[in-house]
Design a protein around this ligand. Sequence first.
Ligand code: BDR
Ligand code: CA
Length: 370
Amino acid sequence: MRISSAFASQSAAERVSLRIRLFVGLLLCAVFGLSFAASSRGAVRQVIIDTDPGTDDAMAIMLALTSPELDVRAITVVPGNVTAAQGLENALRMVSLADRCDIPVAGGAQHPLFQKLVTAEFWHGKNGLANIELPHSKCKADPRFGPDLIIELVRAHPHEITLVPVGPLTNIALALQKDPSIASLVKEVIIMGGSIKGGNVNAAAEANIYNDPEAAQIVFQAGWPLTMVGLDVGDKTLFGRKQLEQLGQTHGAINDFIYGVAKFLVELSEKYGDTGSPMYDPLAVGVAIDATLVTAPLMHVDVETRGEFTRGETVANRRNEIERNVLRHFPEGDRYVIEGLDHVTPNAKVCIDVQADKFLQLFVSRIQGK
Ligand code: BDR
Ligand code: CA
C-alpha cells in the first residue's frame, strides 16, 4: 500500500500520530547514520610521523600516505640520516609528489640534545633519497617548530594521536620537556629504534637511539603507551628482488619513486651479501596500520647513556624483575645479599617477531599503481 492511500483511510489523529512516528523514525536514522559515520572515522588512526628522511623513511611515509587506516596529521623532521635542512627538503618533495600539500611538514631540532650529529649519506645516498632527484616541492614548510606542532596537535586531539617516530628521538624529547602533559594525551607512540639483540652502528646500539641516547631515555621513561619496533625485528622483513619485481610491474608517481628507492636499497644489500633490505621504518608504520603483524610482549626498557661500549643500547628487562641486593653486616665483613626479587614496571611493548611475508605483501599492495 502506498503511503498516500494509507493516509486516506485514516482519521486525522491517526495521521498526526503516523507523521510523528515517521518523523521520529527519520530522526533516529539520521542520528544513527551520523554516529556510524563518526565511529567509522574513529577507526582511522591519526598519526604524526617524526622522520629523518632517509630511504626507508621515504618508504614509511609513502606507506602511511597510501593506507586508508591512517590519517597523517603532520610530518615533523629531525636530523639523523641527513641534516635537518636536507630532511625538510626531502619531506616536502615527497608530500608534493603524493599531492598532499594539506599535510603540515615542519622542521624541528637542528642537532641531538647533547652530542654532534652523525649523518648517514653512506647508506641513504648523497641526498638521503637514494640519489633520486624528485621535482621541486609545490608544498611549503609549516612555520611552526616541529615539537611545538606535536604539542599543539596532541592537545587539540586528546587521546587520538599516535606518534610514529622513525628517526632519532630529539623532537619527541623536546616536546615532552616543553609540555610533559602530552604523555597522558597521546594515544600511542610507535618507535622505530633500539634492539634487544645487538646494534647496527656498533655491537650494542641501533642508529636512531645511538644518535640521541639522552632523548631516547626521556622518551622511553615518559610513562606513555609505547611500542618499540626494533632493529632485530626489522631485520626479519627483507625487501628483496621478488618485491622489487612486483613494484616494477605497476606504475604511478609514488610507485615509480619507491621502486627507485627500493632498487637502490636492494642493490646495496646485495653488495653487502644480503638478500634484501630491512624495512625498519615502514614496519613501524605497518604496526600502526595493523598491530597484529607483530608479537610484542611488555618489557622494561632503559637506554644506556654512559657505557664505554654500550652508549645508545636499549637494555630490555624481559622478566620485569630485578634481584634485591641488601647490604648486611657480618663478622668477616660487609657484603650484599640477595633477599628476593623486585618487580619493575614495564614501559614498552617490545616487538620480538613479525609476520614478515604478510607485511611485505601489505607494503607492495599499498604502493602498487599509486
Ligand atoms: C634506522 O636508522 C636509519 O638509518 C633508518 O632510517 C632507520 O630509521 C635503522 O637503524
Ligand atoms: Ca629513519
